[in-house]
Ligand binder design. Structure first.
Ligand SMILES: [Zn+2]
Length: 136
């Protein structure tokens, strides 16, 4: 009998298929990088158009604003994707960065880069909501 009992770990019942999410994250990362590059290209094209007819300016400005907006949302997500990949390397992927509890599997499946569990995400959104709408 050369059987040695496995080292007791708390993670036994909670095991995340890290490889599965890593693939998803890398795919998302590639898509985001492309989307950001595309948005930047559109902004460049739009601002080139501004040189011409002044009547077209307002339309071009709107297009440029939308491009910038999309780009900033995408780069925010890209940061979260990179953070998630880092957490995979560190072995802490799948746990809420605030309370340390495992993130709901369905939630991870839907948003593999989320750093928060559902409860903490909702708390954060509530805080954000209150901040942007002062009650006076
Ligand atoms: Zn949490």
């Amino acid at each position: 009998m050369s059987e040695s009992p496995p080292v007791g770990r708390l993670e036994e019942e909670w095991s995340v298929n890290v490889e599965h999410f890593k693939v998803k994250l890398l795919e998302k990362r590639r898509a985001l990088v492309e989307a950001i590059a595309r948005a930047e290209e559109e902004v460049r094209t739009a601002s080139e158009g501004e040189v011409g007819d002044p009547l077209d300016r307002s339309v071009d400005d709107t297009a440029a604003d939308e491009g910038l907006h999309t780009s900033s949302v995408d780069s925010e997500t890209l940061e979260q994707v990179d953070d998630a990949l880092r957490r995979i390397e560190q072995g802490s992927y799948g746990k809420c960065v605030i309370c340390g509890k495992p993130i709901e599997p369905a939630r991870l499946e839907a948003i593999p880069w989320t750093p928060y569990c559902k409860a903490d995400q909702e708390k954060l959104e509530r805080v954000k909501g209150l901040g942007s709408t002062p009650t006076l």
